[in-house]
Design a protein around this ligand. Structure first.
Ligand code: SF4
Length: 638
């Protein structure tokens, strides 16, 4: 680590069982793992016993920023990692807002929480003053109310990360809420409940140093000229309304912004409006009442109670099918299933789940567990809208092929990886549909693929060739990005109006890293860090029971149920051979080709091809010798 540039310098370690507070230098981790997901994964590897349950006090909740968080002109995103309530495996989520920047300004790059308090508590971090405080008065309060109580107590400048009743009650798909309306899932928020931890409040005003202010200032200028240019057109395909009530609202320090907005509530307050969370109940609400009011309130209620909209959305699909099949009734569940689309339905459903009340207790473990408890017929109604973690089946491999690798090897919905494959194709599709200003025609898309994904074959969706290479390149870039941390809605910049060939510059992230930290890393060097962090996560998952090839699976429907359409692309149009138009409508994934693609991927990764397990030489090359020794002792290395 080069000095303190970009880093606050310390990571807080707080054990709630013994009420002990310690500080360790970030430099113990930063050289190899950089920040964010990388450092969090290393702490997890060192400290979380692989066989414990997620609710065990030995589990850790690791809140980790990266070197860019809190640096003016860069979004203040941070990661939360730990063992997930839903799967008992390592998991992660990424949040924005302003909490992460304030943690850095308080003097800390991260907070690691272990143990379990004997009564509800919250942590207050105000520079050098770190306290574990009583939170008994939070009982029955919602997430927004908790934030307000803490602000009333500690002042308006404090930033709060909290959970709602769903987190307290260890609902498997509970969420975090951080100041300025940022939400994270990853099935980790229930761990807060298991630790009797209700919130973490941060306040600070220390300045962060950067290594090369002049270089950074030039880069900021270049970034301001860039535009994602795609978020709005893409979302215009969806149903975001009502636009006249929206006002742009960026995360702290974000130079670019996106569709992230706030809207005025009828009672005068403001709430965030963004992406999937804003749309999850919209179609049903419109169909039921002709307007979207219930959908807007549903998103707010999910945030307030602390429930993941992705999991609630898929659960509603399943509940609707169970109701139609006569498996579930209004009377039997105490939930008005005959009124799906109404506010009465969604309010009753969410409150029962968050409070684990009646049938809500059955649903609190997630759709798959609830279906298991109801029997075979209910299980058969889980179809191709839902993945094994209960989240929605987004950007699936029947259309995009490459994404099969991600779905097979990640412990949760890997949205950053999926976006790298899907967003360029969706932009190309906008061009195909005649959208003026769409940045990617076929020629530019293919040039971009050569630069970002290793070959033009990566965007020929008539073949499985070139996909394994693209998947590995995407992972390396994304794991580096999640360690820096840069926002998924802006980076990477695939296309650029100002470049001669229309293709963006993937070296920009490494230039930013160098300017902030003083570490003279180039594009390849940054990807090497990404590769290390991906391999570390793979080792964690293998040690926790994910044994390689036979566990690298995807949901069965991908091989058996023909694709009927995709978001905004009913005919499943994609580029094919030499850029010719190709349709994947009615396609399934070929099982043999999938296995072959996995083998190719293991080879590119330097892993053992038959087993999909890592090799000593590769882990050694990445500086993960201690990880290799541990895996070897357990017979998990080849
Ligand atoms: S692009 Fe949007 S989500 Fe990303 S940091 Fe900026 S405002 Fe936040």
């Amino acid at each position: 680590m080069t000095g303190q540039n970009g880093y606050a310098g310390n990571i807080l370690k707080i054990d709630l069982s013994s009420a002990s507070i310690a500080r360790v230098p970030t430099s113990e981790y930063a050289d190899l793992f950089l920040g964010g997901r990388g450092i969090a994964a290393k702490i997890y590897w060192d400290e979380v016993p692989p066989k414990i349950d997620a609710s065990d006090p030995e589990n850790r909740l690791i809140f980790m920023t990266g070197p860019l968080c809190g640096v003016p002109g860069f979004a203040s995103r941070f990661q939360i990692c730990g063992k997930s309530m839903g799967t008992n495996q390592f998991s992660f989520c990424n949040l924005g807002g302003s909490w992460g920047a304030n943690l850095k300004w308080a003097g800390y790059d991260g907070v690691v929480v272990s143990g379990r308090a004997d009564k509800p508590v919250y942590i207050s971090i105000d520079g050098d003053e770190v306290e574990i405080k009583d939170a008994s008065h939070f009982a029955s309060k919602s997430a927004f109310q908790r934030e307000k109580i803490i602000k009333d107590d500690l002042g308006d400048s404090v930033r709060v990360l909290t959970v709602g009743p769903a987190g307290d009650n260890m609902v498997s798909f509970a969420t975090f809420l951080a100041s300025d309306d940022s939400v994270g899932s990853g099935r980790l928020a229930g761990v807060m409940g298991s630790k009797n931890l209700r919130a973490i409040a941060v306040k600070g005003d220390r300045k962060l140093k950067v290594a090369h202010p002049d270089r950074l200032s030039r880069l900021r200028g270049e970034i301001r000229k860039l535009s994602t240019g795609y978020v709005e057109p893409l979302l215009a395909l969806g149903m975001l309304t009502p636009r006249d009530r929206l006002k742009k609202s960026f995360c702290q320090g974000c130079p670019a912004g996106c569709v992230r907005s706030t809207y005025k509530k009828p009672d005068g307050g403001e709430r965030k409006f963004m992406c999937e969370a804003a749309m999850f109940y919209e179609t049903r609400a419109k169909r039921y009442s002709g307007n979207t009011e219930a959908a807007i309130k549903a998103t707010e209620l999910c945030d307030d109670l602390g429930l993941d909209t992705r999991s609630v959305e898929t659960m509603i699909m399943w509940l609707s099918r169970c109701h139609k099949a006569g498996i579930l009734t209004d009377e039997g569940t105490g939930i008005p299933l005959s009124q799906i689309g109404s506010y009465e339905f969604i309010e009753t459903l969410l409150k029962k789940i968050a409070g684990r009340e009646g049938f809500g207790d059955v649903l609190a473990g997630g759709t798959h567990k609830a279906a298991q408890s109801l029997g075979q017929e209910a299980q058969s109604l889980i179809k191709d809208y839902i993945v094994k973690t209960g989240e929605n089946a987004l950007y699936g491999p029947r259309l995009y092929i490459t994404t099969a690798i991600f779905w097979a090897m990640e412990p949760r919905l890997p949205i950053q990886n999926l976006h790298e494959v899907s967003v360029p194709v969706m932009l190309w599709h906008l061009w195909l549909m005649g959208m003026k200003d769409a940045p990617a025609n076929t020629e530019v898309l293919r040039k971009m693929a050569r630069r970002f994904f290793g070959s033009e074959l990566a965007v020929d969706y008539s073949t499985y060739e070139g996909k394994a290479r693209a998947a590995a390149m995407i992972q390396d870039r994304e794991y580096a990005k999640e360690s820096l941390i840069l926002c998924d809605l802006f980076w990477p910049v695939y296309f650029s109006e100002s470049s001669p060939d229309g293709v963006g510059d993937p070296s920009m992230e490494s230039q930013i890293c160098a300017a902030v930290t003083g570490r003279e890393v180039d594009e390849a060097g940054l990807y090497k860090i990404g590769e290390r962090n991906f391999n570390l996560q793979r080792a964690i998952l293998v040690r926790e029971g994910h044994r390689g090839r036979e566990f690298d699976t995807i949901d069965e429907y991908n091989f058996t149920t023909p694709l009927k359409g995709d978001f905004g692309n009913e005919d499943c149009l994609v580029p094919g051979k030499d850029g010719e138009l190709y349709s994947r409508k009615d396609a399934v994934l070929d099982r043999e080709q999938f296995e072959k693609m996995k083998g190719e991927f293991y080879g590119i990764r330097g892993w053992d091809v038959p087993s999909g397990l890592q090799k000593r030489a590769k882990l050694g090359e990445l500086g993960l010798n201690e990880v290799a020794r541990t895996l070897e002792k357990e017979g998990l290395l080849r």
